[in-house]
Design a protein around this ligand. Structure first.
Ligand SMILES: Cc1cc2nc3c(=O)[nH]c(=O)nc-3n(C[C@H](O)[C@H](O)[C@H](O)COP(=O)(O)OP(=O)(O)OC[C@H]3O[C@@H](n4cnc5c(N)ncnc54)[C@H](O)[C@@H]3O)c2cc1C
Length: 278
């Protein structure tokens, strides 16, 4: 292997969400030449949208309890959290000038409840460290010669890199850039890709009559938060969920932090039996 590849490889990171930006930060510090490509005119659009809800950065609960939130991936994620857990997330934000606080629910937020100042400071630091950015570059797969292919406003561009890191997000909120279009491209190259599934999602309710919320309920409560609620659920496989928190009624169902925390279990049950009752 050439020395340049070991010491300062050319790394192409495709996807400039928080995952791609964090990878860029670590790799550039390690001596790599890093360029971030993104389909959108600017990076971090979903991160900015998350800021509208105050940007819940992490949770203050003990590490062993925090890890249970990752469900079946708990063992794998625990190892990552041991290296970079909630304390490190807060230290990272603080180093970028964003102080954090712990809300009544135990969740951790920036004191200004905004994502934009944090993103601005992060991008400034990345640029100073040498990370380069190519926006409006939609990756469309590989050429026969193995180059990366991008659609750009000036036509197709082909790029070679020593290392390629895909940080493409999932398939939610496609208008912010993450459309999951890449799944078949990877599958065609023999890469095992887990099917994209909803996570941290809200749900439509069927209600007792199978009709969803009544007109009366919807007109009075859609958009309203319900606080100090306990959600209990156990599925056919004996997995249990019990937690207190809050949720929001929507036009057709429920969403919010307590629902999101239970959403993987509820999703699995709906996939298995068509419905879930909690
Ligand atoms: C309304 C809302 C509120 C949220 N609130 C919170 C919160 O409070 N706290 C929290 O932790 N999380 C929150 N999230 C979730 C959080 O935003 C995501 O988990 C996070 O953005 C995922 O980061 P990512 O880097 O993996 O993917 P993304 O942020 O989706 O970034 C992926 C990037 O890849 C780019 N891309 C995709 N395909 C291509 C392609 N073919 N070529 C080039 N570029 C491509 C996209 O343009 C995008 O910039 C919220 C999400 C939403 C929608």
């Amino acid at each position: 292997m050439p020395d340049s590849l070991l010491n300062s490889p050319e790394v192409a990171i495709i996807g400039g969400g928080p995952a791609g930006l964090m990878a860029a930060q670590v790799l550039v510090r390690g001596g790599a030449h890093v360029r971030v490509y993104d389909a959108m005119p600017s990076v971090g659009r979903k991160f900015l949208l998350a800021g509208r809800g105050g940007l819940n950065l992490t949770h203050s609960e003990p590490a062993d309890r925090f890890a249970t939130r990752y469900g079946e991936a708990q063992a794998q994620v625990s190892a990552w959290l041991a290296g970079f857990g909630s304390t490190e997330v807060c230290q990272w934000a603080q180093a970028l000038g964003t102080e954090t606080f712990v809300g009544t629910s135990g969740r951790v937020f920036p004191k200004d409840m905004k994502a934009a100042p944090l993103l601005r400071a992060w991008l400034h630091e990345l640029r100073l460290a040498g990370v380069r950015f190519s926006m409006r570059h939609r990756w469309t797969g590989w050429s026969e010669a193995g180059e990366l292919r991008f659609d750009t406003p000036t036509g197709e561009r082909r790029v070679s890199a020593d290392v390629v890191l895909l940080a493409l997000g999932g398939g939610s909120w496609a208008r912010l850039g993450s459309d999951g279009a890449w799944v078949p491209w990877l599958a065609a190259r023999g890469v095992a890709v887990s099917p994209l599934r909803p996570s941290n999602s809200g749900f439509d309710v069927a209600g007792a009559n199978g009709q969803g919320w009544s007109d009366f309920f919807r007109s009075r409560f859609a958009g309203q938060p319900f606080k100090s609620v306990a959600l209990r659920f156990s599925d056919a496989r004996g997995r249990r969920f019990a937690r207190k928190g809050e949720f929001v009624a929507t036009d057709t169902g429920v969403e919010g932090s307590l629902i999101y925390a239970a959403s993987a279990l509820l999703r699995d049950e709906i996939e298995a039996s068509g419905h879930a009752t909690f």
